[in-house]
Design a protein. Structure first.
Length: 334
């Protein structure tokens, strides 16, 4: 989001840095004292309202995305309701992350009402080739680490470093408390080689598959219109033989947690057949993501025009095509 929607104003950038640099640590500290996480949700709702009031360009982008996912015009009242609820859900997800990340893991686990498909993850791990746990910017994926730690599974999470250093430091601290090992990938040089090593050692690697940061994604139909999705996780699976297991963590109206794991997807075949296998796997993932968003439209967190990416439109690499000579780090798409 930040790369696509940030202002060119240096002054505004300094203001944002100061606000986020103080707001997140302050809220993290306050979350320790909340007797109920609902109190944190109330504050998060107020912050979400202020954000939409002060930054209307984000609301415009969210309305456009929501209209596409609901199949309604952007001015429809339901689109406005779901769009605003999405911002609230996102803010509340941060509250839950701060709240449960500083408490005994059992407290978070007690909030999981359903765990679908855990047998798929267990079967994939038993193969000994490592597993790519592929999720999206949806629900509360950060809390997934607590669930996996309870099953004695360590997950290495791939992430693109946050624009705001204070936020990134806090997020990394919280991940560590939850037993999650962060693996930063910046798309430069051979920054993804650690992922190959981890998978070949049989590790569990978490990635997100719905943001094409490299601008070299594969266009796939998504809610009736093509959108680019990153090929990196699938190229990594083809390179290492690791199966991909889709995973989504979401909440219900009572703010209870749910986890859903899909059947393992394998990218197999000879070199000439791999691209077809990659595309087939990606289509399966995108179809699964679309189904989740239809069920929970306010829990897919995208704050920029997803189908009309402003960076893609103006970037020097906006053709959407990657050459065979490009290293995996340029297409990893976290």
């Amino acid at each position: 989001m930040q790369d696509r929607m940030q202002s060119d104003s240096r002054l505004l950038g300094l203001v944002y840095s100061a606000v986020f640099g103080s707001l997140f640590p302050l809220f993290h500290f306050a979350a320790r004292s909340f007797a109920r996480r609902e109190r944190g949700h109330e504050i998060a709702d107020q912050i979400a309202h202020a954000f939409l009031t002060l930054r209307p360009k984000y609301l415009e982008a969210i309305l456009g995305n929501t209209a596409r996912t609901l199949g309604l015009r952007p001015t429809h009242p339901e689109v406005d309701r779901i769009a605003r609820d999405m911002v609230r859900q996102h803010a509340r997800a941060w509250v839950d992350f701060f709240y449960y990340g500083q408490r005994a893991p059992e407290e978070a686990l007690a909030q999981f009402t359903s765990l679908e498909g855990l047998e798929h993850l267990d079967a994939a791990m038993a193969e000994g080739r490592g597993v790519i746990l592929l999720t999206a910017h949806a629900g509360n994926y950060e809390l997934g680490g607590l669930l996996l730690r309870a099953r004695n599974l360590k997950i290495h999470t791939v992430y693109k470093p946050d624009r705001f250093e204070a936020v990134e430091r806090l997020r990394e601290q919280m991940r560590a408390q939850g037993g999650v090992v962060g693996v930063p990938v910046d798309g430069i040089g051979f920054s993804t080689l650690p992922l190959v090593r981890l998978l070949r050692e049989g590790a569990l690697v978490g990635m997100q598959g719905d943001r094409d940061f490299s601008l070299n994604g594969l266009p796939i139909p998504f809610f009736g219109r093509e959108a680019p999705f990153p090929r990196g996780p699938w190229e990594l699976a083809a390179m290492t033989g690791a199966p991909i297991v889709t995973s989504f963590f979401y909440t219900d109206e009572a703010r209870r947690f749910h986890a859903r794991f899909g059947e393992p997807i394998r990218v197999l075949g000879r070199r000439g057949e791999r691209q077809a296998a990659i595309e087939a796997g990606m289509r399966t993932y995108v179809s699964t993501l679309e189904q989740l968003i239809r069920e929970h439209p306010s829990q897919w967190y995208c704050f920029y025009p997803f189908w009309d990416d402003p960076i893609r439109a103006s970037g020097p690499r906006g053709s959407g095509q990657a050459t065979s000579a490009e290293p995996l780090s340029t297409v990893i798409g976290v």
